[in-house]
Design a binder for this molecule. Structure first.
Ligand code: BGC
Length: 744
């Protein structure tokens, strides 16, 4: 047997190396860029054009005229496209170039009707403040994706939560560039470790969903480079995604998918991105401009906004014949598309459908939720629930499951939608509840307690149940989805329900399942609030285990929660509530790079809950804080001491504040520069955490000479556990410094 395997392996090896003689890109010993170049050199014009035009929905493709999609390509799409998935690029069999099978998105495999494991929302996992959490999640969802036949993941959402009402904030990783870079970077690293290509998206400044396909955002290059683009720059450096998905919107008058500043100058020239830019579905508006300004692959045709098949071979060739696109550019596009297929392992280790261990994968998702849910308030140690005899669980369909976000990142969960039929039933619905009931999970954790559920539809009935129970837990939900923005106010009777229940039973806990921030008019009266975001396929169990203290909460907010709408940088979202793509709107980001807590600091506003806030069932103190400067470079270190009675995970957050932020040219008084989470037993101190601060976090971007600059002066290095809880300060003095924004 042993001999047979060895012989078979030898024969396979021999035939691969024989083929590698004639097709040198099959030679796995060669570097990825050499292999990609060799393959492109061997291609005909039509083969190159095959790579730059991708498809969705085979039925839509079949209806295209034959001169737009030739019959052979239609047949290939019909054979190869996994029905209900996002996209597909045909293979080039003559050259052994594989198909590209593309699936959404950051929380798991989305294929209509195919049940898969959903992670908590990306915003939730960002709250773990531990890149190992999204990395483990990325590994898990990529493994499922490969076993479902995919090799390209449309994941890695990293737009900053500039607009707290943005319907897609749940797909992103918070409001801070450093945090976003670590957390989206972690996810992409996990995905690409499984021999898949991942995107990072939606590049860039795609911060509102209202009129997302027509909104023109005005923002200075300086502000962009210090905020939205800095987040992407960190994600890119941390994880080297093979692809970048350009977004729907316009930035300073140019569509993002043909925006020379974003794609050519910043991404490709300054950062040295070697992979390919793929369009969001329906986000292309031209042939020559898109190709020449940086788009490499028009993906997902025919879709939504597609007015023309801009990269169809016939159209592309016509532009080339006119001299509008040089062959060298098409070669570059093809090479960029192939490079990640080689560098990530897609080429040498093809995805193959196979059985999935859903139990093990759900365990990964539950662990992510347990690391991420944020205990916002816990007056009088109301939580964890111990010794309770009766619990009233109210609202939020908590008897059946936990809410998920809507749109292209919505996974059909294993076990199906627990609450079908809710509005909106159509895009970005249907609203999906993960089949993980908090009520059932709490019953399992507290087998001796009497646990009853009331829907909350009739406030009087809910109040009666709350009155007759030791403790009441009210679940409130906020549905958010792609293509829509929301409001911070909860819908329906939810605020009134909470107010009435807490009036009836002061021992009330509120569990929030939301896409992002919400207003809490009842906050002062409610002793305990747990922010669960969209907690994924085992969300109910994670919630129950945190409420009962089986798991000590350790999540911290990756966004600020505003105290009122009056605190927002933009009172109105242009085009809000109007049908998608129905009007042209403009928005000017006067706040520049001052997003989230930076905006609150500039304005002197006190948010409802600050960025970085999060409680534990124990207490921590940051100790041994140090900051030093060596050759202009700042290094910080600290430990965290568990000063309470139980083990827990403590989070050190480090911010820098110039003595005079305006003189330093900063957008705001302070910036997050480092964070570190550690499990610490009661009474113990963590090992020292040491980190060199990325100098861009201390600098301003100068457009005139494309440089980063630090202004000489005193900078306070602040240590603590939240952006509004930074008790330890160490001063450093920095010299003037200037360096190029072009990556080495
Ligand atoms: C979304 C992308 C998604 C694509 C494919 C678009 O509507 O904006 O995030 O990857 O569809 O489904």
């Amino acid at each position: 047997m042993m001999k047979a395997i060895t012989l078979a392996a030898l024969l396979a090896c021999a035939s691969t190396s024989a083929m590698a003689q004639t097709q040198p890109w099959l030679d796995t010993s060669k570097p990825a860029d050499e292999r990609a170049r060799a393959a492109v050199t061997a291609m005909t014009l039509d083969e190159k054009l095959t790579l730059v035009f991708g498809f969705t929905d085979p039925d839509g493709v079949a209806k295209q005229p034959d001169d737009v999609v030739p019959p052979a390509v239609k047949a290939a799409v019909s054979r190869g496209h996994i029905r209900g998935s996002a996209g597909f690029v045909p293979a080039i069999p003559r050259l052994n170039i594989p198909v590209q099978t593309q699936t959404d998105a950051s929380i798991g495999v989305r294929v209509e009707g195919m049940e898969r494991t959903a992670l908590p929302s990306s915003l939730a996992t960002a709250a773990s403040f531990d890149p190992a959490v999204p990395e483990a999640g990325g590994r898990m969802i990529a493994h499922e994706a490969r076993l479902s036949g995919f090799n390209t993941f449309l994941a890695g959402g990293a737009n900053l939560a500039r607009e707290p009402r943005n319907g897609r904030n749940f797909e992103y990783v918070g409001e801070d560039p450093w945090l976003a870079g670590q957390m989206a970077g972690g996810l992409i690293n996990g995905i690409q470790s499984q021999h898949m290509v991942s995107t990072m998206k939606h590049y860039a400044v795609n911060d509102q969903e209202s009129q997302r396909t027509t909104v023109d955002v005005a923002i200075s290059p300086e502000a962009m480079r210090q905020s939205d683009l800095l987040a992407f720059e960190f994600v890119y450096e941390n994880s080297r995604p093979g692809s970048v998905m350009c977004s729907y919107n316009l930035v300073n008058g140019r569509w993002a998918c043909e925006n020379e500043y974003l794609l050519q100058k910043t991404l490709k020239q300054d950062w040295g991105f070697k992979g390919y830019v793929m369009s969001d579905w329906g986000a292309v508006h031209s042939t020559a401009d898109a190709a020449n300004y940086g788009l490499d692959q028009f993906t997902g045709f025919p879709c939504c906004g597609d007015k023309q098949p801009w990269f169809a071979p016939k159209v592309f060739k016509a532009a080339m014949d006119k001299g509008d696109i040089p062959m060298s550019r098409l070669d570059d596009m093809a090479e960029r598309i192939l490079w990640p297929l080689f560098s990530s392992g897609v080429f040498d280790d093809p995805a193959k459908a196979g059985p999935i261990d859903f139990k093990a994968d759900a365990d990964v998702s539950q662990k992510a939720a347990e690391e991420s849910l944020v205990l916002l308030k816990n007056d009088g140690n109301m939580l964890p629930l111990t010794g309770v005899k009766s619990v009233a669980m109210i609202g939020g369909h908590a008897d059946r499951g936990v809410m998920a976000g809507g749109g292209s990142s919505g996974v059909t969960p294993v076990g199906g939608n627990a609450v079908p039929g809710l509005e909106p039933k159509t895009w970005p619905g249907p609203v999906v509840f993960m089949p993980s009931s908090p009520v059932e999970a709490l019953k399992a954790e507290l087998p001796k307690a009497k646990i009853a559920y009331d829907s909350g539809d009739d406030i009087a009935a809910a109040v009666a149940l709350a009155k007759s129970s030791d403790v009441a837990i009210v679940f409130v939900t906020q549905f958010m989805g792609e293509g829509m923005d929301g409001t911070l106010e909860l819908k329906g009777n939810q605020d009134a329900l909470v107010a009435a229940v807490v009036a009836a039973n002061p021992k009330t806990v509120v569990v929030v399942e939301s896409g992002g921030a919400i207003l809490m008019p009842w906050k002062d009266n409610v002793p305990a609030v747990l922010e669960a975001f969209y907690p994924g396929i085992r969300g109910g169990s994670a919630i129950a285990r945190i409420l009962t203290g089986k798991v000590n909460p350790s999540g911290h907010l990756p966004i600020s929660f505003p105290a009122s709408n009056a605190q927002l940088a933009h009172p109105d979202i242009p085009g809000f509530g109007q049908p998608e793509n129905s009007m042209s709107v403009h928005i000017t980001y006067d706040e520049g790079a001052a997003i989230g807590y930076k905006w609150y600091d500039v304005k002197g506003f006190k948010p409802l809950f600050a960025f970085g806030h999060g409680l534990s069932y124990t207490t921590f103190a940051v100790s041994d804080a140090k900051a030093s400067v060596d050759n202009g470079s700042v290094t910080v270190s600290a430990t965290i001491r568990n000063t309470g009675k139980v083990a827990g995970k403590g989070l050190i957050q480090v911010y820098v504040a110039p003595a005079d932020y305006k003189a330093a040219g900063w957008e705001a008084p302070k910036r997050l520069v480092a964070f570190h989470k550690d499990a610490v037993p009661s009474g113990a101190v963590s090992p020292a955490f040491t980190q060199k601060i990325d100098p861009r976090l201390l600098a301003t971007y100068e457009v005139s000479d494309n440089s980063w600059r630090i202004k000489a002066g005193t900078y306070h290095v602040l240590f603590g556990q939240a952006s509004d809880d930074l008790p330890v300060s160490v001063d450093v003095t920095l010299p003037d410094m200037v360096w190029s924004a072009v990556h080495k």
